[in-house]
Write a protein that binds this ligand. Structure first.
Ligand code: IPE
Ligand code: IPE
Ligand code: MG
Length: 263
């Protein structure tokens, strides 16, 4: 179970932050991000789409660092969807190359900072060298407890649910579970996110207001935050602003406000 960062780091964050509104005792345990807008960022700067993805990788680095410093337990990043395979081959190649490069460059720092790497998605669709590299990074960091960095790769929410249904059916046919024994809780255990709590906060950049097949089951009660900022421009302050907005909300989970006040 990831533990928060030591208390020593907290005053520093507070001083550096232009937004003093963040309550460090009420941080989201799990933040998920749909990192969108790399292509439009590139277009805005009259560059090719790949340059946008490259700049996007810098925003990933900064976001991971900030989450680690704050003491966020889980950060899930939507890096590549199952639908993204349909993009031009050169773009797909470049994205996979950037991912390899990112992993190679960052793995030492991730490990030193106690960050555990996990992935969700259909990794079988990736080429063998990248799959091996990911497997090694996941294994190397498996004992880390400060934060989970969960990368959604070749990920599709509907595929995840269909895969879960297949696994349950297999267990059923093998006599390990009967239909009446299926519950919300054990169903969730068949998803890619089996050991990961549901996201508290989902951020989507680039001014799009949709879920794009991301964490369909897990976001049932997640707070959504949309910003027009394009992913390569997303900075520490933008993340803090999203957290501040999250903290200003009341999560009712179907109850009334009065009921919540009584607890
Ligand atoms: C997000 O940026 C990165 C991936 C989907 C891999 P986009 O590449 O979707 O950027 P836009 O939406 O075209 O601006
Ligand atoms: C969602 O972005 C996927 C990732 C950020 C990896 P897209 O750019 O693929 O989403 P749509 O196509 O605009 O819905
Ligand atoms: Mg996009």
């Amino acid at each position: 179970m990831p533990r928060g960062f030591g208390m020593a780091a907290i005053p520093q964050i507070r001083e550096q932050s232009p937004l003093k509104k963040i309550d460090l005792r009420k941080l989201p345990r799990h933040i998920a991000i749909i990192m969108d807008g790399n292509g439009r960022w590139a277009q805005k700067h009259t560059l090719g789409r790949i340059s946008g993805h490259r700049k996007g990788a810098d925003a990933v680095r900064a976001t991971v660092r900030t989450c680690r410093e704050l003491g966020i337990g889980y950060l899930t990043l939507y890096a590549f969807s199952v639908e993204n395979w349909q993009r031009p081959a050169a773009e797909v190649e470049a994205l996979m190359g950037l991912l390899k490069e990112f992993l190679a460059k960052e793995i030492d720092e991730l490990d030193e900072k106690g960050i555990r790497l996990m992935t969700i998605g259909n990794l079988q669709a990736l080429k063998a060298p990248l799959r091996r590299q990911l497997k090694q990074a996941v294994e190397r960091t498996a004992h880390n407890e400060a934060m989970v960095l969960n990368v959604a790769l070749s990920y599709g929410g509907r595929d995840e649910i269909v895969e879960a249904a297949k696994k349950i059916l297999r267990d059923g046919l093998a006599g390990r579970i009967s239909p009446d024994e299926i519950t919300r809780e054990n169903f969730a255990g068949y998803l890619y996110t089996a050991r990961i709590p549901d996201p508290d906060l989902l951020i989507r950049t680039s001014g799009e207001y949709r879920i794009s097949n991301f964490l369909l089951w897990q976001t049932a009660y997640t707070e959504f935050y949309f910003t027009d900022v394009l992913w390569p421009d997303f900075q520490r302050e933008d993340l803090l602003r999203a957290i501040a907005a999250y903290q200003a909300r009341e999560r009712r989970f179907g109850l009334t406000s009065d009921q919540l006040q009584k607890d």
